[in-house]
Design a protein around this ligand. Structure first.
Ligand code: 13P
Length: 287
């Protein structure tokens, strides 16, 4: 059964480790992540962006697939199904569809509006036993070839949002989605430290987990990060393994064109990436 991410992240914060959020795109992704979490006895958060939800034909399909898979694969570790960077409307749809956790990304609104909308969702999530992530300070990244720098959140605004009763907070600390550019300045630990001092026990979320060096990940965990989002890195390892399979001409040998064979190396590559991250984040054995 799916669980809210509240308890697993409070435990992570108290135990000084982080739980990975791995974004899913299809059946292979979901299966690889669930199996790895079970094998390593680690809690896990499955992230679904609105775009990925649409790709999988809608949130209800996602809920059906994940619930079915957990039962058929006998997954017993804590699993949360979480909307990633949701709009207000997207959040409501996920509540209705049976997600166990949502992120409302109101970071592009003026702070007053972010507060108003977040407050409303705090109430709705409480009624449904779901966890809620909010965001302050937008997270940069590549869009149409333009790389936006990651903003640093205002710690006082973080405190205002934290006080609304959310379960965990994503705050921009110079992190960006996708690959980091050559001239990236690194995470702002000064900002993270200031945010944690004001928000206390609230678990903090680090987006853009792909490509952040291990020492920075460790330091971020030391400063209160308890959830780390990884998406691009699984996509890169999947693509790399699939390309190698095709370049080696394996799809042309025997029944190598069978999707169950063609997608197998990519699926294994996702498992390896997820394992590496869970080991780095310290969540192995914490289920
Ligand atoms: P990456 O794609 O950079 O790993 O970021 C994932 C993320 O933060 C999803 O919200």
């Amino acid at each position: 059964m799916l669980v809210s991410a509240k308890e697993m992240l409070q435990k992570a914060k108290a135990g000084h480790y982080a739980v990975g959020q791995f974004n899913i795109n299809n059946l292979e992704w979901t299966k690889a992540i669930l199996q790895t979490a079970q094998e390593l006895n680690s809690p896990v958060i499955l992230g679904v962006s609105e775009g990925a939800g649409k790709y999988m034909t809608g949130f209800k399909t996602v809920v059906g697939m994940v619930n079915g898979m957990m039962e058929e694969l006998n997954i017993t570790v804590p699993v949360a199904l979480h909307l990633d960077h949701g709009t207000f409307e997207g959040c409501l749809k996920c509540v209705e569809a049976g997600f166990s956790s949502i992120m409302f990304d109101g970071s592009h609104y003026p702070i007053e509006e972010n507060i108003e909308k977040t407050k409303e969702l705090v109430k709705i999530c409480a009624e449904h036993g779901m966890s809620l992530e909010a965001e302050v300070g937008s997270i940069g990244g590549e869009e149409d070839g333009v790389v936006g720098a990651g903003e640093c959140a205002d710690p006082n605004e973080c405190k205002m949002i934290a006080d609304l009763g959310i379960d965990f907070l994503a705050a921009g600390i110079g992190n960006i989605h996708g690959k980091y550019p050559e001239n990236w300045k690194g995470l702002s630990f000064e900002t993270l430290d200031a945010i944690q001092k004001l928000t206390g026990d609230l678990p903090l979320v680090l987006h853009g987990g792909t490509g952040i060096p291990a020492d920075m990940i460790k330091k971020a965990i030391d400063l209160g990060v308890s959830k780390i989002n990884v998406n691009t890195e699984c996509q890169l390892s999947f693509a790399d393994a699939t390309r190698k399979y095709i370049e080696a001409g394996k799809d042309l040998q025997g029944k190598g064109y069978d999707p169950r064979k063609l997608l197998a190396p990519g699926t294994e590559a996702i498992k390896a990436t997820v394992k590496e991250k869970m080991e780095l984040f310290g969540s192995v054995g914490k289920a």
